[in-house]
Design a protein around this ligand. Sequence first.
Ligand code: NAP
Length: 267
Amino acid sequence: MKQTLKKHYERALITGATKGIGLAFASELARNGTRLVIVARGEELLHSVAERLRAEGTVEVVPLVCDLSVAGSAEWLYGECRRRGLAIDLLINNAGMFAYCDQMKMTEERVAKMLQLHVVATTELCRLFGADMAERGRGAIVNLSSYAANMAWPGLAVYSATKGYIDMYTRALGREMRERGVRVLSVMPAGVATDLYGLPEKWQHRAVRWGVLWSAERVARGSLRALYRGRMRYVPGAVNRLLQPIVRHLPKCVISFLRRRTLVFQK
Ligand SMILES: NC(=O)c1ccc[n+]([C@@H]2O[C@H](COP(=O)([O-])OP(=O)(O)OC[C@H]3O[C@@H](n4cnc5c(N)ncnc54)[C@H](OP(=O)(O)O)[C@@H]3O)[C@@H](O)[C@H]2O)c1
């Protein structure tokens, strides 16, 4: 069994904590006794995950049902934590949605939800909880960007752009907050074996075994380690870090070739 990372914070709020990377963050923190506020839309799963996390060791898990793609939800979430007296010293903005779809085919509603979830909710939660942390002179924020922020890929316009926003916003915020005792980390994973892309579980396991995808647990642990070391940005995987400048400047012919072969996966 892997050694649990040392407890650094008292209470963490994790958005999108019922699956994938968010769940891995929650499990890792639960094991060292960090109190948790977990957030997602699906009520049933949220409550069963809360039960599981309590069994894993944490003293307190508060599940809050909230759809962060709805305007005003970040204020509601913050207000609910205040009302219940839940002081947050680690905020993990992890909830996200994915769309591989050409802009002209994407519905207005889907675009608006992604902008609201990735851009508006992330910004508002950072501002609201960040202000309390700055006042206390202590705390940390982890924001989930993506490796896709490096790539101007056809079909990923809103996803890549919103993840690019998160990375830039997070790094600038980190420079402001550092002098106020608050650490801020941007995480940019490449492929991770989760339900985000709708990949069947069998293929997720195989892809991790073959080294094509990272496991959510590895990303969560790596991110927490990077945060504790005071890093401002974490790109999981040495190869991914090495390839970053190349991925940013792929020639048009390579992009067209890959586009032709992946058009069938658009939805
Ligand atoms: N998987 C990857 O390869 C990858 C790569 C780079 C970056 N990322 C980023 O990492 C983050 C986590 O991704 P993941 O792969 O772990 O995703 P996932 O397995 O699909 O889990 C998403 C989590 O977010 C919650 N969620 C989704 N929409 C929400 C909303 N509107 N309001 C509140 N909660 C919401 C989901 O629960 P409900 O559906 O019940 O709300 C679920 O708990 C995302 O921001 C993603 O963009 C992932």
